[in-house]
Unconditional design. Sequence first.
Lengths: 444, 377
Amino acid sequence: MSRLYEIQKSMRSKRRAALQRGVIAILDIGTTKITCMVMQFDPVVQMRASEGLGAVANHGSFRVIGVAKTQSRGVRLGEITNMEEAERAIRTAVQGAQKMANTRVDHVLVCFSGARPRSYGLTGRTEVATGTVMDQDIGNVLAACDTPPIGEGREVIHAMPVNFALDQNPSLGDPRGQIGHLLSVDMHLLTVDQAQLQNLILAVRHCDLELAGVVSSAYVSAVSALVEDEQELGAACIDIGGGSTSISIFLKKHLIYADSIRIGGDHVTNDLSVGLRVPKSTAERLKTIHGGLVATSMDDRDLIDLNTNTGDWDHDRRQITRSEVIGIMRPRLEEILEEAYNKLMAARFDTLPSQRIVLTGGGSQIPGMEGLASRILGQQVRLGRPLRIHGLPQAATGPDFSSAVGLALYAAHPQDECWDFELPQMRIGEKPVRRAMQWLRENW
Amino acid sequence: MRPIDRKEPSLGDLPNSVSEGDAVAPEHEARPAQFEPTSSEEFRRAEIATPADLEALKSSVLAKIQARKEETPNIQPLGEVASEKIEALFGQSAKTPTKLGPAPSKMRYKFERLWLTPIFRSMARTALPLILIMGAGIWALSQDDMRESFTQKLVEARDSLEQRPEFQIELMKIIGVDAPTATEIRNTLNITFPVSSFELELGTLREKLEAMDSVASVDLNLVESKLLEVSITKRRPVLLWRKGRELEMLDQNGVRAGVITSRLDRKDLPLIAGLGAEDAIPEALKLFKAAGPLQNRLRGLRRMGERRWDMILDRGQIIQLPETQPIAALHRVIALQATQKILDKDVRAVDMRVSRRPILRMSEVSAEMIRTLNTQN
């Protein structure tokens, strides 16, 4: 925990350094595409935001000055499988974004959807030392959380205090400055596979970039796709991506649950490719142009040419109806949504006060998605697009960019995590020289 | 059956010619002229051959083509095509490119990042060329012979520019003066034509000319780039000033406008004399104008003690004018003359220095006579 704490803390300080320099990049490593955005920060607005003007004031503090996306290579199910290929893809995206921004970026925030995220709810309680809750008490109560056995080869990427309770008051966002006796905290812990995380970190390092944070894409796509009251009252975000589908639940503007299903749009393409005996590129084209989920009688008459190139005339000149395409796509998407529903139910989503579900990600663009989703997930379903952020080109405003946009928002205004507070053992066991050295390392 | 003319081979003949050494099957001749290598003996062999065999086969085929080419020169273009085809057929095993996605190479990526670094870019764009140019300049100037040749080149370039016909001035035209003065001006300026306009300093020329007595002001113009036009405004002499033995002509401002030797040369100009006369030219001119009926008797004005005028008439008569308001005093004298004819009498001087009280000075003889008359009465 202590090593992780230091790593995360150093990434936080790198993020701050990048914001001071005014330029930071975000990298959304997906299975189908890798997106890189370069953002420019106005340091004045940023400073005001840190004084507590809140998320809305913060929203205008940056603008996107460079966006590039490239077809993802060497990534499957949101995890890096071929290191070299993935590096090449990251290089392509970063270079494109740098070129558009006409500036160099050194710090990058990364989000990814794979690596089997797992959520834990933690509670901790402690006595308030002085009678008034100070920063130090927060650190104490966070340190007092009993860490669950997260398993071998797992790593924590998010540890967010979600809710504080002080004596009889059960829900406090920020208890600092309040008078009380017994402080308790609910913390949300998100773990991922360590090896995958390390691969990712290594791939970014190989591209000469400094990592300023690693975020789960389930979290950030919800940040951009859920509107504020949904985040406050409770909502789930299902991001149907290429290789995996991420699920996250928000309550009181905090992530309380995140998970991912290892099925996504690529599997739909694969089904089409296998079912229609066409190459993957043709299947992808069929899916995006003729894809659908609800067949009508019109679709039986809608003939689509399968222009394959095998040399066999009869095979190449086949025609299929759109209903056949729908017939292949629908079961797979039903599977995805049912899987998501099961995950949500397992997370006791039905006990939340509001049960809105927002679908986003590239997969949510399939025509008829809303109808299918409301049949499986219930009536409170809508399709979500990411928030509009300043300077974002039109091409990057679709739902398939919701995790990239969310990561941009997160880069500007991250939520407090466990490592933003001084934990007690750090205060006691610190060695001044080592701290100074670390400070030097981080800042030069 | 079509007879085959060996001298005019077509593309379809090539496989035949290749397998010339073997027995030529008769159906080859009947086949349409088309390149079908798969039916050929060698090409069938090629399918199972090792790379070394293929190489040998390829060279033998090329050699045969070469031989054919030599014996029939007009085969050449087709032969080229055929050899390319063989290249394409036999070169198949060369390489299948490994399929990688498009990406910048590591070096390129690093360089691009470096190039996007502002300080590096500004250094490479401004500082580096600046340093290079300065270094080259300093190195060149530190070489003595190079510096010399450089200055020489500079001088030569300047000279050649100055000597261009566009800048040559061939003539001088003097406007506004008569011939002798023009000659005098030419002598003063002393320019030998043609001359480059770079060598003429108009300011100096103007100073030289304006130093001349007879010149009031000068305009120097380069007309049509060939002609130096000197337009001169002459000084207009209004007075003669006797200065010892010589006579100076003065203009309105009391500046010398020339010298004459004899009063008879300029009888039209009134004459003044005395020290400091040149400072009171306007007053003198007014007095001359005011002289009116005395004009034909007037000889001139004499400055007395650098403060007042004496008007000299003929017969040695003098009108002594006051320092202030001399014209009023003169008018008074003229009035006296008109009423009492005082100047017709034997008066030596009319003293108007105190203008309220004119005093007449008689000649000695007349004064004696008057005294005798008075004593007799």
